[in-house]
Design a protein around this ligand. Structure first.
Ligand code: ADP
Length: 656
């Protein structure tokens, strides 16, 4: 009852009418009208309030352009206004308006052109929304995303570091398991050891894959293209699977389209990694039949050639519903696969990401029980460099093989490497330090440079940097592979920064080295296959063993004497330096000399001495260093070096 009277009273006073003018004035958005030249002629209260002006300060005295910051004002003149006249309206344009006090307000603007009776532009009617909040949320969202991305990167970095670190102890386990084999095991012990070996190998593969994967995720992998002979590259990758396929009774087929150019620019290490993964899967998942590699050409466009690589097998195949899944990290087509075949489920995920860097992707076709085919297409640039074979034919006396420069100061390493290289028919020059390396690389066109990292006069990083900065285009682009004994902090970043293309870990694995070199040109078949399968029995407590030297120098007594005398000289120096470093308690120097001597000790299989050196290294890290222990270590090192040196001297005696 009371309400009714109240309402009647309001109606009488005219207060119930909602006036259009009020709605206009107090709307939650800004309204204004301008003349075609932008001069304000009408605005609502909301707009004035937002910008802190009185009507008298705007109407007929200012133009919209006057309230815009410089960038927006130019945008208004060049785009906004012309478009408005042309199409009669503008919607949802972001602008900033300047508040009377100076700050700017982000707004969303819609404008309509009103024409007069003759069809001429008369007025511009504009609605403005304040989007400060929206901008704030957008910014927050952006920040959150950046933070999440940063988090993912940090995680990937962490994974990369951890997996790198884990590799060292696993390598030790692999090595020790290998030694254990030769210690006269009972059948039961041998069986247990086999399980240990298989598990460690799997673990090592897993860690290597995680390392690769996390490096890609952390954005630490980039394409390094170089002129490459893809026929040779594919051939040598396939060559690597010959033994495994033969063991399973599988035939291997290779078909390369004749039109595929010999020399193209490609990141050969990554291409090899992808092909290796596909081939290892094909061989792994096939029990009978064949594995076929096909390299074909798709239609050519000027300058680039789309090359299709396909790896097909007649193996177990993949169920249709699993085909999408296998490219995800840690995914395998069925739960039992890892037990039956081994593997980590990372290979295809890594390959897929590597190909992604080329804008390409892996495709799979498969029929369970019949076989699978994996393929990808790379758009490659043809290299103008003459094919290697032709180039080399022109060089007298070096008709076959790769031309290689070895930059290494450690005489033993040089000696060992040179023996292998000579066996493989690889022509090579040696430089004793970085500076010499740079000079030689400037004078001669090499196919590949193997570069030690720590050297006197100029280290490998600096040398690589200088080679990359050479004026002559071709010489500055030569592939450089670092030879390194251990990972220093930030060493991967340093490698990339100095333009080094890849790394070969010391002590190097001859087969790996061979494959690497073979991917740079034609090299004769691998003569060392099988060597690793027949380890030499060694008396477990022998201070050293010359069987590796014997292998290396088979039928070359002259070479053997050379090798031994270089080794004797190197060991003498190492012994003196190590003892000195030990006395000075200089851990850094000591570690450096241990790394420097590692290859010799490995070749001599001087495990006891090596173990003593490692203990001494650990001792030097303790604080304070126990002087008695130190003395003992010095004594042991001295004695063990002496025993080896005497043994070697025996071999040098005439008549031996
Ligand atoms: P893995 O290390 O397990 O081989 P991959 O990522 O390379 O990891 O492969 C993932 C899974 O895809 C394999 O476990 C297997 O189930 C399936 N797969 C890959 N290649 C083949 C193939 N050629 N034939 C059958 N299955 C395959």
């Amino acid at each position: 009852m009371e309400n009714k009277e109240h309402i009647t009273r309001l109606a009488r006073q005219g207060l119930l009418e909602e006036r259009i003018e009020d709605l206009y004035d107090q709307a939650p958005c800004g309204y204004f009208s301008t003349l075609p030249d932008g001069t304000f002629i009408k605005t609502n209260g909301t707009f004035l309030k937002w910008l802190g002006y009185d009507a008298s300060q705007l109407l007929f005295v200012r133009r919209l352009q006057d309230l815009l910051p410089v960038g927006d004002s130019i945008f208004y003149e060049t785009h906004y206004h012309p478009l408005l006249l042309m199409q009669g309206f503008i919607s949802e344009v972001n602008l900033s308006l300047r508040h009377q006090a100076g700050k700017t307000i982000p707004v969303l603007v819609n404008t309509r052109l009103v024409k007069d009776a003759d069809g001429r532009p008369a007025l511009l009617r504009t609605t403005v929304f304040d989007i400060t909040d929206r901008k704030k949320y957008e910014l927050e969202l952006l920040r959150a995303r950046k933070k999440a991305e940063e988090g993912a990167r940090v995680k990937a970095e962490f994974l990369a570091t951890v997996s790198h670190e884990i590799r060292t102890p696993i390598n030790a386990i692999v090595g020790i398991a290998h030694l254990l084999r030769d210690t006269g095991l009972s059948p039961r012990q041998a069986e247990l050891l086999s399980v240990l070996e298989v598990s460690t190998e799997t673990l090592l593969r897993l860690v290597n894959n995680i390392l690769d994967f996390s490096k890609i995720e952390a954005g630490r992998v980039s394409l390094q293209e170089e002129s490459t002979n893809i026929r040779n590259l594919v051939g040598s990758v396939l060559h690597g699977f010959g033994a495994k396929a033969a063991e399973k009774g599988l035939s291997i087929r290779l078909k390369i389209d004749e039109r595929v150019p010999e020399q193209v620019y490609v990141d050969s290490l990554k291409l090899v990694q992808v092909l290796n993964n596909l081939l290892s899967n094909a061989v792994k998942f096939t029990e009978q039949g064949h594995v076929a590699v096909r390299v074909a050409l798709q239609e050519q466009t000027p300058g680039t050639v789309p090359v299709v690589f396909e790896v097909a097998d007649t193996g177990i195949g993949i169920a249709p519903d699993k085909r999408g899944l296998i490219f995800e990290e840690f995914a395998q087509a069925s739960a039992g696969i890892d037990r039956a075949y081994g593997g980590t489920g990372l290979g295809l995920a890594i390959s897929q990401r590597l190909l992604g860097m080329y804008g390409s992707e892996l495709k799979v076709e498969s029929e369970p029980g019949t076989g699978s085919s994996f393929s990808f297409t790379l758009s490659l640039k043809i290299s103008e460099e003459a094919p290697r074979a032709a180039r080399q034919a022109g060089r007298a006396g070096a008709a076959r093989g790769v031309r290689l420069l070895l930059v290494e100061d450690n005489k033993i390493n040089v000696y060992v490497l040179s023996q292998y290289l000579a066996n493989w028919g690889v022509a090579f020059d040696v430089a004793g330090n970085g500076q010499e390396g740079v000079e030689k690389a400037g004078r001669e066109a090499y196919d590949l440079i193997l570069m030690d990292l720590q050297m006197p006069v100029m280290d490998g990083y600096e040398a690589a940097r200088r080679i990359r900065n050479m004026r002559e285009g071709k010489r500055s682009k030569v592939p450089i592979i670092a030879l390194t004994a251990s990972a220093q902090p930030d060493y991967e970043g340093k490698l990339t920064a100095s333009g080094i293309n890849g790394v070969l870990a010391k002590p190097f694995n001859p087969e790996e080295l061979y494959r690497l070199i073979a991917s740079y040109g034609p090299v004769p078949a691998l003569p060392i296959a099988g060597q690793a399968a027949a380890p030499h029995p060694q008396r477990p407590d022998a201070p050293f063993d010359l069987s590796t030297f014997d292998d290396l120098m088979a039928d070359d007594p002259e070479g053997m004497r050379d090798l031994i005398s270089v080794t004797v000289k190197a060991l003498r120096q190492a012994c003196a330096e190590l003892t000195k470093a030990l006395r000075e308690r200089n851990r850094q120097l000591f570690t450096r000399w241990v790394q420097h001597t590692e290859t010799s000790l490995e070749l001599l299989q001087a495990k006891q001495l090596y173990a003593t050196l490692e203990q001494a290294m650990a001792l030097l890290s303790t604080v304070p260093v126990d002087p008695e222990q130190l003395e003992l270590a010095e004594h042991l090192i001295g004695t063990q070096f002496r025993v080896i040196l005497q043994g070697l001297a025996e071999r040098l005696k005439p008549g031996e």
